[in-house]
Design a protein around this ligand. Structure first.
Ligand code: CP
Length: 304
């Protein structure tokens, strides 16, 4: 069974295969004939979306990807409240039931490690759509796909990752995927309490990826090829805050490279000002669109 649980499960070869398949999906969607062919590809199959936390992009782009491939979707609105988890059912029991109704389960959960627990009992593919502060591997994949499309490569990049790195699961998946490509240099910008976790830093060490940690925007943003910004995860924090200095605005844009890109998993709150959106370097809406192609590729692999 092909589960998608976390960044470390992928080899370089597997990442490249998924990126190539997503590119095929993107190209096929551009022509009426390609769309028709895709719509028959998994006709009659069913996937379930089980989201115990809110989502706009992940859930809707997965459901869109499923429909593009002819797959039917069953779902529960706000699974934390409206599934039998609210009555005390364990995730293992929920999965044992849903696996008999669907050919794959796409799951988002507020607790770290829930996707692994689900996979341990599931006979159908489990796709981790975000687990607590752990990982968001399908977002990581669409992020590396975006970098490849925008910059033409995934190696020898100066990457700046900033914001709430302690609680942002997307940036954890993204950085660990980038670690498979040579020559990348990462700068993590955050307050000491919201810096990148030691587990990810140790993984970078193992893969001989150079990185630095700082609490200042200045000094690395000017030479960055890729700026990956994240919001404060208020839902996971009681009283932490990022200082106002951690905002990408027109002043920050003015010192950035002309060929840099700004990425953000979204939702954006106030850490990138709306004035930045019109700059061609603002890649975050293109990034969100890429989610459909990556998720089509993942569903295709999971169901094939
Ligand atoms: N990037 C992301 O996971 O967005 P949603 O929470 O809207 O799915």
């Amino acid at each position: 069974v092909q589960h998608f649980l976390g960044a470390r499960q992928f080899s370089w070869y597997e990442l490249e295969r998924i990126l190539a398949l997503a590119e095929v999906m993107r190209e096929m969607l551009e022509s009426p004939a390609g769309r028709r062919e895709l719509a028959d590809r998994h006709k009659g199959r069913i996937v379930a979306t089980l989201f115990f936390e809110p989502s706009t992009r992940t859930r809707l782009s997965f459901e869109s990807a499923a429909h593009r491939l002819g797959i039917n979707v069953i779902s529960t609105e706000n699974a934390r409240e409206h599934s039998s988890a609210a009555k005390g059912e364990t995730i293992e029991d929920t999965v044992r039931i849903v696996e008999s109704y669907a050919d794959a389960i796409i799951m988002r959960h507020h607790e770290n490690g829930t996707a692994e627990r689900a996979a341990a009992v599931s006979s159908v593919p489990i796709i981790n759509a975000g687990d607590g502060t752990g990982e968001h591997p399908t977002q990581g994949l669409l992020d590396v796909f975006t970098v490849k499309r925008e910059k033409g490569r995934l190696d020898n990049l100066r990457v700046v990752a900033g914001g709430d790195l302690a609680n942002g699961r997307t940036v954890r998946s993204f950085i660990q995927m980038l670690a498979l490509y040579p020559g990348n240099e990462i700068t993590f910008i955050s307050t000491p309490e919201l810096q990148m976790g030691e587990d990810v830093l140790n993984y970078l060490d193992q893969n001989k990826v150079r990185y630095t940690k700082t609490n200042s925007l200045k000094g690395s943003i000017e030479s960055a090829d890729v700026v990956y910004w994240t919001r404060l995860q208020k839902e996971r924090l009681s009283n932490s805050k990022l200082e106002s200095g951690f905002v990408i605005d027109e002043d920050v844009l003015s010192v950035m490279r002309k060929d840099a890109i700004i990425m953000h998993p979204l939702p954006r709150v106030d850490e990138i000002t709306a004035a930045v959106d019109k700059d061609p370097r603002a890649a975050y809406f293109r990034q969100a669109k890429n989610g459909v192609y990556i998720r089509m590729a993942l569903l295709d692999l999971a169901l094939s």
